[in-house]
Unconditional design. Structure first.
Length: 119
């Protein structure tokens, strides 16, 4: 399914969440679990020129950290050791498990910010 240059942001973000090319929605962004492709295999879009997605990826990691601080505030564990016992494994799973999805969203945002017309 070919996309127009006027696809709405929500559609581009949905494609990024699914780890698909933001322009065509068909090509996969990754060749493995997290090995990013240089170009879309379907429409040849240069997916992340100049590693532009790194900024959003960094900010999303910081936001996820903020969520965990908020959870600590809500839960108020009995001791720091108890907090470490559940927080560290949960945070590692969340950070690592969401990496491809956050990277896909970052690539889609980068495409949208570039004007959605460059190859």
């Amino acid at each position: 399914m070919a996309a127009s240059a006027r696809d709405p942001l929500w559609k581009l973000l949905w494609r990024g969440t699914r780890r698909r090319c933001p322009r065509c929605g068909e090509g996969r962004l990754f060749s493995g679990w997290y090995t990013e492709r240089e170009r879309c295999t379907c429409c040849e879009l240069l997916l992340d020129p100049n590693n532009e997605s790194f900024g959003f990826f960094f900010v999303s990691t910081a936001a996820l950290t903020g969520v965990f601080f908020f959870l600590l505030y809500l839960v108020q564990p009995r001791s720091p050791e108890v907090a470490q016992l559940w927080l560290i494994p949960v945070a590692l799973v969340a950070y690592v498990g969401s990496m491809p999805t956050r990277k896909g969203i970052a690539i889609a945002l980068g495409y949208w910010l570039r004007g959605a017309v460059r190859v």
